[in-house]
Ligand binder design. Structure first.
Ligand code: ADP
Length: 471
């Protein structure tokens, strides 16, 4: 099949979170199964230009807000990655969060279709990801309806329902979306234009990144106002767990680590732990207490408040912890304050640091991820593979990947309610486990032997691309 894959981030070129990782790995896994995949993504200012080549003639997109001339660059590896060069839209210091995001990602979406048409890329499937791809799915049902591309199967993946792409309704006119679509069955959401809803309405097949999240988003507690629509489309909604890109995340080959290691030969891990502690300039935990690692965007989603409430008691008893992340200034500030209170026990690094992320997974005894909701979560999978026993709230993809140590196949610690007390209870269970080295090693070993290859997910997407078997 020919698959046109549209994503607003693609690792290693651009990444703020899990979407970038998925867009960097899933297309390749599909290509390895024999499909022809083209990934289309913005040429942001931060994308390294050195290996990219200009190709094709420029295309002019006509919007009521103005014409936009776009050029295409590409990088060719296992899959073809096409970069949309529209400097007014993408030559900026961040990916998202601008007043004209509706227009910027309409440019991405419409350029993806225009380039496909220009190049004779006759897609069987157009696979959009998150709200940034919604205008493409809409265009396939409107302007492109009677073209060859209009016959492509429209697949849409929700990587995080909490980011919805909501815009003032006046943007409809700027984008050329007819007012007749501004209805409860269409693109309207609480009197605004919702790109997320647009995609949910326009796609033939909906997917999200774990089976549990697929169920949760059909309930008011997790549906962010779209649960009714998702229940309505329940038959078309599938949960496919993300994989892990073994080229990037494998402790046996990881270039960021001072020593590599494997489940059967884990001795290098001790060196990773001691170097991590030294490089973060904290004291090692006292005897019998563990080193905790935490990585992730600092937002309400990730449960930083639970950690900030529960962790100090453990630090006072001689545990140590390393925190890496950036995001909400109030949460960053709260972490920095804790850091100042426990300078020898806690290291807080605010920023994005790929190398440190790898070294935390390889050196921590436990990895803490108490998300309030979690579509899939990649870090808990990395920590399983790297031997940092994960501690998670029982939600979404966390629940689908971590098994509590009370079970025979246990690989981590799970708690059921997102409260500071429950978080603290989970940390106490970590200490108990850590003081029983044979048991700790057994739990750790089970995690390290997990199989999170992308092949399984790619096969599941392939089936959805083909559609239901003919009767
Ligand atoms: P989300 O997509 O919600 O941010 P995931 O756990 O699915 O969460 O994926 C996050 C990805 O981004 C992981 O690859 C993680 O290692 C990485 N990441 C997040 N924050 C940082 C950071 N501050 N420095 C380095 N990597 C980070």
């Amino acid at each position: 099949m020919r698959i046109l894959f549209i994503s607003s981030e693609v690792a290693p070129f651009s990444k703020t979170g899990g979407l970038g990782d998925v867009a960097g790995a899933l297309p390749r896994a599909l290509a390895l199964r024999g499909h022809q995949v083209r990934v289309v993504t913005p040429l942001y200012r931060s994308v390294p230009r050195a290996t990219l080549q200009l190709f094709g003639s420029p295309v002019t997109l006509h919007f009521p807000f103005g014409d936009v001339e776009v050029r295409s660059y590409r990088a060719v590896g296992d899959v073809e990655t096409v970069f949309v060069d529209a400097p007014a839209a993408f030559d900026r210091d961040a990916f998202y969060g601008f007043g004209d995001d509706a227009r910027r990602f309409a440019v991405l979406s419409l350029a993806a279709l225009a380039f496909a048409q220009r190049d004779g890329f006759a897609a069987d499937v157009v696979h959009g990801n998150d709200w940034q791809s919604a205008p493409a799915l809409l265009a396939l049902r409107t302007g492109y309806a009677h073209t060859a591309l209009g016959r492509a199967r429209r697949v849409f993946t929700i990587h995080n329902l909490a980011f919805q792409g909501m815009f003032p309704k006046r943007e409809l006119e700027a984008l050329g979306i007819p007012w007749s679509l501004f209805t409860v069955d269409g693109v309207e959401f609480y009197d605004q234009l919702s790109y997320m809803k647009t995609a949910l309405v326009c796609a033939d097949v909906l997917t999200t990144v774990s089976p549990s999240y697929a169920k949760e988003i059909q309930t008011p507690g997790f549906g962010v106002g779209l649960d009714g629509l998702l229940r309505h489309r329940s038959a078309d909604l599938h949960g496919i767990l993300n994989g892990v890109d073994a080229r990037e995340w494998n402790p046996a080959t990881d270039v960021f680590l001072p020593r590599t290691f494997t489940a059967t030969e884990p001795s290098g891990r001790a060196r990773c732990r001691s170097e991590l502690i030294a490089s973060c300039r904290i004291d090692p935990p006292v005897d019998g207490m563990p080193l905790f690692g935490i990585i992730g965007r600092m937002t309400g989603q990730k449960g930083a408040d639970l950690l900030q409430a529960a962790l100090p008691r453990l630090l006072e008893q001689g545990a140590s912890a390393i925190v890496l992340g950036a995001g909400d200034p109030a949460l960053e500030h709260a972490w920095r304050q804790l850091d100042a209170r426990y300078p020898r026990r806690l290291a807080v690094r605010v920023g994005f640091d790929e190398s440190l992320a790898h070294r935390i997974e390889a050196g921590s005894d436990f990895f803490l991820m108490p998300s309030r909701f979690e579509p899939c979560g990649l870090n808990q999978m990395y920590s399983l593979l790297y031997g940092a026993v994960p501690v998670v709230h029982a939600v979404g993809g966390l629940k689908d990947t971590v098994v509590d140590l009370s079970q025979p196949e246990g690989n981590g610690v799970i708690f059921d309610v997102p409260t500071p007390e429950a978080m603290f209870g989970a940390l106490v269970r970590c200490v108990e486990l850590f003081r029983d080295p044979a048991r700790y090693l057994a739990v750790q070993r089970r995690g390290m032997n997990s199989d999170f290859g992308w092949g399984r997910a790619a096969a599941a997407y392939e089936q959805l691309y083909r559609g239901p078997p003919s009767p």
